[in-house]
Design a protein around this ligand. Structure first.
Ligand SMILES: Cc1ncc(COP(=O)(O)O)c(C=O)c1O
Length: 465
């Protein structure tokens, strides 16, 4: 599918393990070249989400912390007791942020675990609820109820673990989940209901307190997906932005996921999953004590894990502290407000719901993908959405740099004119999560599968020199 293999013609294409190694200097120079070119795309501040921190100095610091422990395995605590310190303190600091002290009594305080990312935390949560229910003889045909807007990681986890997923509609104006629908669709086999704080599509927080009441009435769990917002919303709340409570202060919240590798500004590869009830977390531990290779145990689905990631995550939290996170949140929230104001200046454009640091907009008059097409020519990279067609911008630190809001304002004005001039034509961009453009046709699944195959196999199509 791909016509040009990345860096083909500039660097060697490795098809087999080279007989003789290449020098470190040469390889590091090659890596530095690729990284510098690729970083240039987001350093402009025109890329939605993804580069939450965007501060090379912070990255260098994290990389140094990572480097000290990159080679150590978190499974082998006798060799790396430091992992117990990093992991335990990352969990403790996260529990503190989400008011773990407000839940449980002294003998059963909320607990947590560190996973590989948002999908990892969500998958572990679904698995833990399933195993806990099964151990209690509760459910053999379990289900989970999520807002349609909640992340596909829930669909993936349900798919993997044989859990039925019930997708609740959202209110068309507020884009918050329809709580009555959730209440009507919870039953004796429900493991948990889900609320987002905030969701990926619109930056909107679901009515967590109301969902908590539904969960309490039905005797089921409530998982709050704060993967995206977890390390920024609490600081937005402290700063006086309208952030409703969504953590353990809310009765009925039984678990919460928050990604350190997003607004926690840590390296890619970590997230924290918290449980109100220790027994639920512990239900998904895996042990095999009669294996010929020895007694095996892992606290989650992963086997070996690098202690480096735990060290870097710990270092990010301790280095920035509440003051650092609050300072970055202030810059991001205020930038988001200014960017939203730019959108609202155009009567043809409509901001969806009441967003936070991430906003989405559509148009009832123009094709929003024409707007996107034009913005791309000016270097902007938004995420495309559907039902309705819309584009979103997750505001991160790179957008807080001087001049970015002004550039957005000017480019958006030109984009609106472009969209008006091209009405009736087919836009080039579409709605595929992760920023890969494609059409929104019945063949979308097939197209996406081809893109994934291409990412894995493109190398095979490169002709031998
Ligand atoms: C709200 C929300 N939940 C879960 C995830 C999944 O996180 P990850 O991509 O780290 O697996 C994301 C990712 O953007 C998200 O925005």
């Amino acid at each position: 599918m791909s016509s040009v293999y990345p860096y083909q013609g500039r660097f060697a294409v490795h098809r087999r393990l080279p007989e003789q190694g290449t020098s470190r200097e040469e390889l590091l120079a090659e890596l530095a070249t690729m990284a510098a070119e690729e970083d240039a795309a987001w350093e402009t501040g025109k890329c939605s989400g993804t580069m939450y921190c965007g501060d090379h100095d912070h990255y260098r610091f994290l990389t140094e912390a990572f480097g000290h422990f990159a080679h150590a395995n978190a499974l082998q605590r006798d060799m790396c007791p430091s992992a117990t310190r990093f992991e335990g303190e990352v969990i403790a600091m996260t529990l503190d942020l989400f008011h773990g002290e407000a839940a449980g009594d002294a003998g059963n305080r909320p607990v947590g675990m560190v996973t590989s990312g948002g999908t990892g935390s969500i998958a572990h949560a679904v698995l833990a609820y399933r195993e806990h229910a099964a151990a209690g003889g509760r459910s053999t045909r379990p289900n989970l109820v999520k807002p349609e807007t909640a992340h596909p990681a829930f669909d993936k986890a349900c798919h993997l673990f044989g859990v039925e997923l019930r997708r609740a509609p959202v209110d068309p104006t507020t884009l918050q989940v329809d709580v009555d629908w959730v209440a009507d669709h919870v039953d004796a086999d429900t493991l948990a209901v889900v609320g987002s704080a905030c969701n990926y599509g619109y930056g909107i927080v679901d009515p967590i307190a109301e969902l908590g009441q539904v969960a309490l009435d039905a005797g089921v769990g409530l998982h709050v997906d704060a993967c995206l917002g977890g390390f920024i919303l609490p600081f937005g709340e402290e700063l006086g932005y309208p952030v409703p409570p969504f953590d353990f202060r809310v009765p009925g919240v039984t678990s919460l996921s928050a990604d350190t590798h997003k607004y926690g500004y840590a390296l890619k590869g970590t997230s924290v999953l918290l449980f109100r009830d220790k027994a639920v977390r512990d239900a998904q531990y895996f042990t095999l004590s009669d294996w010929s290779g020895g007694k095996y145990a892992s606290p989650g689905m992963e086997g070996s894990r690098s202690v480096g990631l735990l060290a870097a995550t710990w270092a990010s939290l301790v280095n920035l502290g509440r003051e650092g996170y609050r300072r970055h949140a202030e810059a991001i929230f205020s930038t988001a407000e200014r960017l939203v104001a730019c959108v609202r200046r155009h009567p043809e454009l409509r901001v969806l719901g009441a967003p936070t640091f991430l906003f989405s907009f559509t148009s009832d008059e123009l094709d929003i993908y024409h707007v996107n097409d034009f913005m791309r020519t000016r270097g902007w990279r938004f995420n495309g959405q559907q039902y309705p067609n819309a584009i979103h911008l997750a505001v991160t630190r790179p957008q807080t740099r001087p001049g970015v809001v002004e550039a957005f304002d000017a480019d958006l004005a030109d984009a609106v004119v472009y969209a008006r001039d091209h009405a009736g034509e087919t836009p080039a961009s579409g709605a595929i999560y992760g920023g890969v453009a494609g059409g929104m046709t019945a063949e979308a699944d097939e197209f996406i599968r081809a893109v994934m195959t291409d990412m894995l196999d493109a190398q095979q199509a490169v002709p031998e020199a």
